[in-house]
Design a protein around this ligand. Structure first.
Ligand SMILES: NC(=O)c1ccc[n+]([C@@H]2O[C@H](COP(=O)([O-])OP(=O)(O)OC[C@H]3O[C@@H](n4cnc5c(N)ncnc54)[C@H](O)[C@@H]3O)[C@@H](O)[C@H]2O)c1
Length: 275
């Protein structure tokens, strides 16, 4: 049997060290490449029998440029970066690693939520700017026991976030059609409708996969329209509410837009979202 070529398309994580050990002694040439464009990726990985990708988008064009490829492994959870239809048409298996980093993502989500909730970015900024941070900057900070932590999606990551939020003292509520009442209440979580989640959460944490059915689920019209539309979008949220995002690549745009608006000191329908 000819030697196989396995290409890891990202050297940013130390995975290549472990993977090289796994492949050592097998008839496998294991190589790690970093490509800055589809063309470069195709040039470097075009003869791969298997591809391991971190977050590099594997579009139809890339998939179709891998004639020998039999499997694409996403070293992570979300599969939205892989054109699964194209891979399926070409008989390529697509796999992921569902438990790869859900703990870290959950910790990160809680860290961000607490950071914003406790006004850390604002205080930190003042400290850097002025060498002092006035307590007035933290005015309005509320203790977790007085706040409701909302989760859109309560799978692996959402559950982990729910447990931590509950331990901190938040009231935790969630919308996830796949979760039973019994399951939720065992975690101390109240299941609510989508609308209730949007209108009664102080912190909203998104943990749904990026699918056609969830794309822009919270940010309807946000990317296509004017700031007015963005404003309208958030007008349904509870006063002072903060979104906390973990939603595939779309999240970057969403988070970016939120940050841009926050930096601009925007408020939403007269409800301050600024932290
Ligand atoms: N930002 C990051 O660094 C990062 C890292 C890992 C994962 N993720 C993303 O987080 C997502 C969630 O990961 P997970 O491990 O918790 O996945 P999971 O499959 O365990 O859970 C997803 C949950 O979302 C629910 N869901 C689906 N559609 C919904 C909808 N319309 N409304 C409400 N709930 C809905 C599902 O029922 C499921 O319980 C992944 O798909 C991935 O894209 C992001």
């Amino acid at each position: 049997m000819p030697r196989l070529k396995v290409v890891l398309t990202n050297s940013a994580v130390p995975l290549h060290v472990e993977a090289a050990q796994v492949f050592a002694g097998l008839d496998v040439d294991f190589v790690t490449v970093d490509a800055s464009s589809e063309d470069e990726l195709l040039r470097l990985a075009g003869d791969a029998d298997a591809v391991i990708a971190l977050a590099e988008p594997l579009s139809r064009r890339v998939v179709e440029g891998l004639p020998l490829c039999r499997s694409i492994t996403r070293f992570g959870i979300g599969l939205d970066g892989v054109d699964i239809a194209a891979a399926t048409e070409h008989g390529i298996w697509v796999t992921n690693v569902p438990d790869s980093n859900y703990r870290e993502v959950a910790v990160h989500a809680i860290t961000l939520a607490l950071s914003v909730s406790r006004r850390i970015p604002r205080l930190n900024h003042a400290m850097h700017q002025n060498g002092a941070a006035s307590l007035a900057l933290a005015a309005g900070t509320r203790r977790p026991d007085d706040q409701t932590f909302g989760l859109l999606g309560m799978g692996r990551i959402g559950r982990r976030v729910a447990a931590m939020a509950a331990a901190i003292g938040y009231r935790v509520q969630a919308f996830d059609p796949a979760v039973s009442w019994a399951d939720a209440s065992a975690l101390g979580v109240t299941l609510v409708s989508f609308d209730e989640l949007m209108t009664t959460s102080d912190i909203l944490s998104l943990h749904v996969p990026l699918l056609d059915s969830t794309r822009n689920i919270v940010s309807i019209g946000m990317f296509s329209g004017t700031e007015k539309r963005e404003e309208e979008h958030f007008s349904g949220m509870k006063a002072g509410a903060r979104p906390d995002i973990d939603h595939g690549r779309e999240a970057d745009h969403f988070t970016f837009t939120i940050c841009r608006l926050l930096h601009a000191g925007r408020s939403f329908a007269n409800r301050a979202l600024v932290t």
